[in-house]
Design a binder for this molecule. Structure first.
Ligand SMILES: Cc1ncc(COP(=O)(O)O)c(C=O)c1O
Length: 497
């Protein structure tokens, strides 16, 4: 019979096709794949539904519904009086090739920009465990309170909060404007606050709205690679500016060529922890005003400061409207919340509100509503106070252990704020090698060298995230690091380095 070939192909394909969501879908997928692979060529007669149903042990209706779907999608066509056939349209299109697999960090067919983004990537799939930097302890988060707030808002305002959230959730913006006034000495109206899905998105928005392709941005060196990669992805030219104990330290030659934008973490330089000195703050602000430079202030972990209040912001010191402030809830709530905020100068409010809605669309209104109440109701402050004390004891234990066991080989520095402790190697050890060895033993850290852009500024050592490791679980991985660093130092000495 003329449908014999089709029948054979389908029966074979059906047997090989896994059942994922019912027999109709199984049959549909197996026929569709056979057509796309040209095992069923255009014009092939399809077996009558009754015949196929009997052959495969399916209900006739199941086969009819699979055929109907393939007819609607154009894989099959029916000819009145003669039956159902594989569509002619399939033979006129080239046979689809299977997508190639990613080769390492590159893939064929990507743009130069895309390949650059992917090949520069430093994000780790491993986002937990001792001693991944920048990760808060989410096990201590007051989820019961959070759940209550989320449920309450779901119950009362579901429809409103389920919509696109043009301009963000008003009450959260008002709460934040007030919070920043009290804690960062910032004077801003709620309309100047924009809610975004994380600092990376906030930076991307700044770059897209304030710079053009090929403009220069100053980046701290060493500095946060995440910010660097986001800005480089918008085709900005990265100009590294060194950092010392007082933060960003432009050289005379740097000042000569004003960039379009300066990225800075003045309250706790990442990863060194340096606080930008007042003298440098004032000079930077004056320079930005004179040269029409935008300053993007990354204030990612200022709340977690162990022996003082948060450092007042650069935004609050500026009178010239050249600073854009970026804050995030990733460290102080939990990273998966993906809520951050920008505070923009009054003149940029309209453009940023429109640009944000246009590029990303806004949402997460339910979480924003719960967060506004979490802050307003005092839960945020209580949580912070509690976590600061927990984190401090973890930081102290890690520091004590490293100092006592690796005296002369490492020097911890920074650590006055935040979730990470940078530790410098006092010998020129290969920190990336130590990190790779540690990873094999299940211990994660970021080598300090990965934060540097230029060779002259490269610090070697370990950036250790202590916050998510309970104090009683610090010793074992820390002692593992001690052994690895000692071994590397021995190797270095025997090689005469
Ligand atoms: C310096 C710095 N800024 C900002 C962030 C936060 O980014 P996000 O708000 O996108 O989670 C991080 C996270 O690791 C960081 O290290």
């Amino acid at each position: 019979m003329d449908f014999e070939l089709g029948r054979e192909v389908i029966v074979q394909g059906f047997a090989a096709q896994p059942v994922v969501s019912g027999q109709r879908t199984r049959l549909y997928l197996c026929i569709r794949q056979a057509i796309l692979d040209r095992r069923l060529e255009s014009g092939t007669a399809m077996p009558p539904t009754r015949v196929l149903a009997a052959e495969l042990g399916l209900g006739r209706n199941t086969v009819v519904r699979a055929y109907d779907q393939l007819l609607v999608e154009g894989y099959l066509e029916s000819r009145v009086g003669s039956g159902t056939f594989v569509s002619e349209a399939v033979s006129s299109t080239p046979s689809p090739t299977r997508p190639r697999r990613l080769l390492g960090h590159r893939a064929d067919g990507m743009s130069r920009r895309g390949n650059r983004i992917v090949s520069n990537a430093a994000s780790s799939r491993l986002q937990t465990g001792a001693f991944m930097p920048g990760i808060p302890d989410v096990t201590d988060f007051p989820f019961a309170t959070w759940r209550r707030l989320i449920t309450k808002h779901m119950r009362h305002e579901q429809r409103h909060l389920a919509q696109y959230g043009y301009g963000g959730y008003g009450p959260l913006k008002a709460v934040l404007a007030n919070y920043l006034k009290v804690t960062r000495m910032m004077s801003c109206s709620p309309s100047q606050v924009l809610i975004l899905n994380g600092s990376h998105q906030a930076l991307d928005l700044c770059a897209r709205l304030l710079t053009d392709v090929g403009d220069t941005v100053w980046m701290e060196d060493p500095g946060y690679w995440g910010a660097r990669n986001v800005l480089a992805a918008t085709d900005l030219r990265i100009h590294p500016v060194p950092v010392d104990d007082s933060g960003l330290m432009p050289r005379e030659s740097d000042w000569e060529f004003p960039p379009r934008m300066i990225f800075v973490s003045p309250s706790s330089q990442y990863p060194t922890g340096a606080v930008l000195s007042l003298e440098r703050r004032l000079r930077l602000l004056e320079y930005a005003e004179k040269n029409n430079v935008w300053i993007v202030e990354d204030d990612y972990d200022n709340e977690i400061r162990y022996h003082s209040h948060p450092v007042a912001s650069l935004f609050g010191l500026s009178t010239a409207q050249r600073v854009i402030y970026v804050g995030t809830f990733s460290k102080v709530m939990y990273p998966g919340l993906r809520l951050a905020y920008l505070v923009v100068p009054q003149d940029l409010v309209e453009a940023f509100t429109v640009g944000n809605a246009e590029l990303y669309r806004e949402g997460r209104m339910l979480e924003q509503a719960a967060l506004a109440e979490f802050i307003d109701g005092g839960h945020f402050t209580t949580h912070l106070r509690r976590m600061r004390s927990i984190y401090e004891s973890r930081r102290d234990r890690l520091r004590e252990l490293l100092v006592s066991r690796l005296d002369g080989l490492v020097t911890p520095f920074g650590g006055a704020a935040g979730l990470h402790l940078p530790v410098r190697f006092e010998l020129p050890l290969d920190d990336a090698k130590v990190a790779a060895e540690a990873l094999r033993d299940g211990v994660v850290f970021c080598p300090l060298s990965m934060y540097s852009i230029s060779e002259e500024t490269r610090i070697r050592g370990m950036n250790l995230g202590f916050a998510a490791v309970p104090v009683e679980k610090i010793d074992a991985p820390a002692l593992q690091l001690v052994r690895l660093v000692e071994a590397e130092a021995r190797r270095r000495r025997t090689q005469g380095g």
